[in-house]
Design a protein around this ligand. Structure first.
Ligand code: GLC
Length: 753
């Protein structure tokens, strides 16, 4: 039998055979040729031992194969076996047909069988950009893009999103997710602003919990996939926000603004790091030995694998196509695996010739292979190389969609709410909805969804904002939709305009010019404004837009970002089932000419970093009972209400009865008055007392109650506050007097200054 192994291995074999002969053999296996499994195939052995054993068996060709990642469309199954390619990827939108979860799993398993058929049976690892859910797969749950997740300020939620994403990715066989992007977007002109959690490193640093969600406790756990911290480093800081451009900052600024999220990612044991296309002060990151070898691998102690971006080594010399010199430079700079989608044969021959010429030392090749093989062993791929089909059914599951809807709710940022027009009453009677993005899953999902660039239209199953609105309102309310706003008139309670950006990805989203609304949106908004009804704008965009000149004519503005498939989460806020808690993760410009504009740079913003309103205390009583911050009540009931915009009011309020609310935010300056909307047919007189923190707490204000002409004869009564209060408290409206008789009906109340 020909031993195709280097002398070192043959020596080991003869020694082993000699040992076998001197050992008392009690029973010889039926077929003497039954192979003894080599150590690297023994899962009971420590991974470093398995790696060394395997490495010692590999030829140079096999080692270079491991360092090569090809695109699924650029390789055949036979190639995979012949060249022993270490990895495959699906570029954005590169999917099997049909594009179903099980077809993905079949595709993955097919490629994996070819990899396992190689001489040493080294499994391949397959990567995808699941950057807001498993977004290449039709029917997958699509979560809000990172900028919306930054607005939630909820790392625990992001970890849960990572776990859900990992389950859906695992269900299609894939073991490597090119996420999270830990870019710190400093210029909103950048087409990848929405892939950033925000303009400050601390947000991205906090959201590295996505890595924990994706990777689980151990990479080999079922439902875990390897995460990727990308794009190292400074991709969000390029001059002019140019994608793949030049980040011209001092090392101190680079370390202060762009490095911290990667430091945290390494601390969270991220399995891989993807290098940025961009340059630092004129040197391409893909050739930057100091930042990769010295900072990432030595200073930060990164032990995982460093992957290039798509054909990115082509850019090192600034000329199209890649050269032997670029291959040498990138590998020696510390890249371990090269994403070379179609020209992988060229790459392999160039790297081999460089090694043989001494341009790339064997020690570098071995280090890269140790990193790659270590991750494959940690993922358990040698033991379980094929899809765990028990996760295939999680793709697009109701459970995951509920997590997504929670994320949508928490990412909504209320930027304006004149006269407390929001939340809209569910029993508003007539609501008009308009805008190109009201009924468009593609627009609300943005780029990296089914297609690399994303696409408008019904591209995947989900709930549009309009469908969410229709589900939220009561059966007595009609919702009229017209994309352009045709048919609006003064009979509607309000008009909701869902406008903003159409999908884009990467450099195709760069906006060196204007950042304003397109002409269709402006026409729609003008039509709505002419009707005279309150206009609520829901902005579906991947970044702040230049809307300062239009804002005065809007009654309310909600930044919805790119919510993904669960548009119901937007309606949850619009109609008060949940109150808005989102905070801006980026500074909102007054004008595009201000870009870049960031917190602390002294420029005057339209809305500051961290801005985000809650709901005012003007709250329709009937909503209050069902709304987000109704807390408790005693002795009262709801009844039909005929007051304008009212659906139900609180009734049967007699002495000692009360309604309580939690999380009432009085803000930082104390209100001086409270207005209460009441009606009474009672012959008794009494009062409603606003009490702080408990039904027997300090009195904030007292509203006398008396007959108003009837139980549905409504009037607003304003009194001065008798106590100064700020911040968030519970508030109780407590009835006093009247000797037990019903005193008054309550519709809403508002604290004011
Ligand atoms: C793209 C992106 C990168 C992505 C890679 C693979 O060009 O820059 O974020 O992971 O190629 O699709």
């Amino acid at each position: 039998m020909r031993w195709p192994h280097p002398p070192r291995w043959r020596g080991r074999l003869l020694l082993a055979a000699a040992t076998l002969l001197t050992t008392t053999v009690v029973s010889v296996p039926a077929s003497a040729s039954a192979a003894v499994e080599p150590p690297y195939k023994d899962p009971s052995r420590p991974i470093p031992e398995r790696v060394e054993d395997l490495l010692g068996r590999m030829t140079l060709d096999e080692k270079i194969g491991q360092m090569t990642q090809a695109e699924r469309n650029g390789v055949s199954n036979a190639d995979l076996t012949t060249y022993g390619l270490g990895s495959l990827l699906s570029g954005g939108g590169s999917a099997p047909s049909p594009n179903t979860a099980s077809a993905w799993a079949d595709m993955y398993d097919g490629f994996q069988r070819s990899a396992m058929a190689t001489r040493l049976g080294i499994p391949m690892i397959y990567g995808v950009d699941a950057v807001h859910g498993h977004n290449n797969v039709h029917g997958a749950t699509i979560f809000p893009h990172n900028i919306g997740l930054g607005a939630t300020r909820d790392p625990g939620l992001v970890q849960r999103i990572g776990k859900a994403t990992a389950e859906e990715v695992s269900g299609t066989g894939i073991d490597w997710d090119f996420a999270p992007c830990l870019c710190v977007a400093r210029n909103d002109r950048w087409g990848r602003t929405y892939e950033s959690y925000g303009e400050k490193p601390e947000i991205a640093t906090s959201m590295t919990t996505l890595i924990t969600g994706l990777q689980g406790a151990k990479l080999s756990d079922p439902g875990s996939v390897m995460a990727t911290a990308k794009h190292y480093v400074g991709d969000g800081g390029t001059t002019g926000g140019k994608d793949q451009g030049n980040t011209e900052v001092s090392e101190a600024e680079l370390r202060a603004t762009h490095l911290p999220p990667f430091r945290e990612a390494v601390a969270k044991n991220v399995g891989s790091v993807m290098i940025s296309y961009s340059s630092w002060n004129g040197t391409k990151l893909h050739g930057h030995s100091y930042l990769i070898n010295d900072v990432l691998k030595k200073e930060l102690g990164f032990k995982g694998l460093v992957i290039s971006d798509w054909n990115a080594i082509d850019q090192i010399d600034g000329q199209p196509g890649f050269t032997t010199a670029e291959v040498r430079t990138s590998i020696n700079a510390g890249l371990d695996m090269i994403m070379v989608p179609h020209e992988w044969r060229t790459f392999i021959s160039m790297l081999k010739s460089e090694v043989q010429a001494g341009g790339v030392p064997m020690s570098r090749i071995d280090d890269a292979n140790r990193r790659i093989l270590t991750k494959k062993f940690e993922l358990g791929l040698f033991e379980k190389p094929y899809t765990d089909r028990s996760y295939t059914g999680t793709v697009g599951s109701a459970e995951h969609r509920e997590v997504a809807r929670e994320a949508v709710r928490k990412s909504q940022v209320l930027l304006k709410n004149k006269h407390g027009v929001l939340p809209l009453p569910k029993t508003a009677g007539k609501v008009f909805v308009a805008g190109k993005s009201a009924d468009d899953i593609g627009n609300q999902s943005g780029g990296w969804t089914i297609d690399w660039q994303g696409k408008s239209g019904p591209i995947t199953p989900g709930t549009t904002v309009l469908q969410g609105i229709r589900s939220a309102v009561s059966s007595s309310t009609t919702v009229t939709y017209d994309r352009k706003g045709d048919g609006i008139d003064g009979s509607y309670k309000a008009a909701i305009a869902v406008v903003g950006e159409t999908p884009y990805a990467e450099g195709q989203g760069d906006r060196p010019g204007g950042l304003g609304l397109d002409s269709e949106d402006l026409d729609t908004l003008a039509r709505l404004k002419a009707s005279g009804v309150p206009v609520v704008v829901v902005l579906v965009s991947g970044r702040p837009m230049d809307i300062a000149s239009e804002l005065p004519s809007w009654d309310a503005l909600v930044a919805a970002w790119l919510p993904g498939t669960e548009g119901g989460g937007v309606a949850d806020i619009l109609f008060g089932d949940h109150k808005p808690t989102g905070k801006l993760p980026v500074t909102w410009m007054k004008s595009a000419s201000q870009q870049p504009i960031n917190d602390g740079d002294g420029k005057e913003a339209l809305f500051s970093y961290g801005h985000g309103e809650g709901f005012p205390l003007t709250q329709q009583a009937y909503d209050v009972i069902g709304a987000a911050y109704f807390d408790e009540q005693r002795g009262v009931q709801l009844e039909r209400c005929s007051d304008a915009g009212c659906g139900q009011n609180v009734g049967w309020i007699a002495e000692g009865d009360y309604v309580g609310y939690h999380d009432v935010d009085f803000g930082s300056s104390a209100p001086t008055q409270v207005t209460t909307r009441i009606a009474s047919g009672s012959g008794a007189t009494g009062a409603l007392e606003y009490r702080l923190d408990s039904p027997t707490g300090p009195v904030l204000g007292t509203v006398p109650t008396s007959n108003t002409g009837g139980w549905q004869s409504w009037t607003s009564r304003t009194v001065d506050m008798s106590r100064s209060v700020t911040g968030v408290h519970k508030v109780y409206v407590v009835a006093t007097g009247g000797g037990g008789a019903d005193l008054v009906n309550l519709n809403w109340f508002q604290f004011g200054r």
